[in-house]
Every structure is written in C-alpha cells, then in structure tokens.
Ligand binder design. Structure first.
Ligand SMILES: NC(=O)c1ccc[n+]([C@@H]2O[C@H](COP(=O)([O-])OP(=O)(O)OC[C@H]3O[C@@H](n4cnc5c(N)ncnc54)[C@H](OP(=O)(O)O)[C@@H]3O)[C@@H](O)[C@H]2O)c1
Length: 225
C-alpha cells in the first residue's frame, strides 16, 4: 500500500502507539488527522490535530468537517485502561471502558463510513488480553474482545473494506503504566516494547495482505495472520 497523499484518521494519536503510527505514516507521505481529546506534548509536523472525544457524535462530526475528500485509513485506537477483576470492577469503569473502546469505535465507523473510499482500510485496536482473557484486567479484556467482534461484524457486512485487527502485547505508554506499580511493571518488563517498534509492525501489516497482528505471549514475539 502506498501512503502518499492517502488520508488517514487515527484516534488517540496524541500519545503512545497512535502517536508513533502517525509519525510513521506522515513520514511516508500520508495526510494524517489525529482525533484525540488531548493535544500531544510535541506535535508531529504534518499531522492535523483535532480535539475530539470519540464518545461524542457531535465532536466527531465537527472534526470530520475539517477532513477534505475521502478517507483511506481509519484507525480506531483511542483507549483507556482500568484494572480489576470482572465482578469487582466499578460500574463507572464499565461505562467508561465500553464507551471509549466500543461506542467510540462504533461512532467513528458510523460517521466515517459515508466518507470511506470503496476499498478503505479499517484498523481496529484490540489487545492480547482479548485472546488470553486474564482475570485482571477483566473488564478491559472484555471490551477488547467486543472490539474484535465489532471489526468482524463490519468485515462481514461490508466486505469491500480491508479490515485489520491488532492484538498487541504490552507497550511502554501512559496507558500500560496506569495503576501498574514497580513490581507489576518488572513482571511484564521482558514483554514490553516501545511504541515505535509496534508502529513498524502496524505499517507492515497495512502493507501486507494479512489481517491480524498478534502478540504471542508464550514466546514474546509478534506474528501476522
Ligand atoms: N500500551 C499497551 O500496552 C497496549 C497494549 C495493547 C493494546 N493497547 C491499546 O492501544 C491503544 C492505544 O493505547 P496506548 O497504549 O498508546 O495509550 P496512550 O498512550 O494512553 O494513548 C491513548 C490516547 O487515547 C486518548 N483517549 C482516551 N480516551 C479518549 C476519548 N474518549 N476520546 C479521544 N481520545 C481518547 C488518550 O487520552 P488520555 O491519556 O487523556 O486518556 C491518549 O491520548 C488503546 O486502545 C489500548 O487499549 C495498548
């Protein structure tokens, strides 16, 4: 896939993985829009930053009005982390997680769809937790599994789109450090990679005919499927 002059929208690209992917795509000539509710500490030259809460229809529509022409790539990436086992979690965390990861992705798909090019690429961020179902973070794993289901449903309903799903392992970002003390961080340290490392794999996935990027927890490496 050539990225030159392709229009890409990445949610949550003010930080972490989305930020690294925005850098990689801009470098290859894409026209990148970041829909995030915060601004990055250091903006990436060439990226257009739109302040958007992805759980708000009005905010998404306002930002989409700033995007000219068709959309080639939609990357649903924005996310938050809440830890805890599934039944001990608070109701407000259930609402937050489902709103940001599931409703946010669905709203982006819904409002971008009329603007998506015929063979547009949709990238859905999920997590290794959607596949391995840990007891903690329980609700987070559940929303990430639901995000995978959303992508599968969209793929079946609109077969012309190229659907790509991501199930990464731990990446060193503010999200993965949320409520993670030194002991917990030390435990997962050998699995952790930098956002730029994952971004390279994501760009490789976009360039390939594969549809999944998965972290193999046992062997601590990534593979495509
Ligand atoms: N890091 C990992 O280990 C890991 C592994 C697997 C999958 N993932 C997934 O990868 C995605 C990116 O995570 P990351 O690790 O790069 O985290 P990150 O550095 O915290 O970036 C996520 C960005 O999304 C923003 N965001 C949160 N809620 C939003 C909303 N309602 N509307 C707009 N923007 C919102 C965050 O803002 P605030 O910081 O202000 O909340 C932040 O700027 C997430 O979906 C995450 O679940 C991460």
């Amino acid at each position: 896939m050539h990225f030159k002059n392709k229009t890409a929208i990445i949610t949550g690209a003010a930080s972490g993985i989305g930020y690294a992917v925005s850098q990689a795509l801009v470098k290859q000539g894409a026209c990148v829009f970041c829909f995030d509710w915060q601004k990055p500490k250091i903006p990436v030259a060439g990226v257009t930053y739109c302040i958007v809460d992805v759980t708000s229809s009005a905010a998404i529509k306002r930002a989409l009005a700033k995007v000219n022409g068709g959309i080639d790539i939609l990357f649903n990436n924005a996310g938050v982390m809440r830890r805890g086992t599934v039944l001990a979690s608070a109701e407000k965390d259930f609402d937050l997680l489902f709103n940001v990861h599931v409703k946010g992705s669905w709203l982006m798909l819904k409002y971008c769809q009329p603007r998506l090019r015929k063979n547009a690429t949709i990238v859905q961020m999920s997590s290794r937790h959607a596949l391995y179902f840990p007891s903690d973070p329980g609700l987070y794993a559940l929303v990430k599994r639901t995000a995978l289901d959303l992508a599968e449903l969209v793929e079946q309903t609109y077969p012309a789109y190229r659907i790509k799903v991501l199930c990464p392992g731990p990446v060193d970002t503010p999200l993965s450090r949320t409520d993670c003390d030194e002991t917990a961080w030390a435990r997962k340290k050998k699995m952790v990679c930098e956002p730029s490392f994952l971004a390279e794999h994501i760009v490789e996935l976009l360039n390939s005919d594969k549809s999944k990027l998965i972290f193999d927890q046992k062997n601590c490496n990534y593979y495509f499927e």
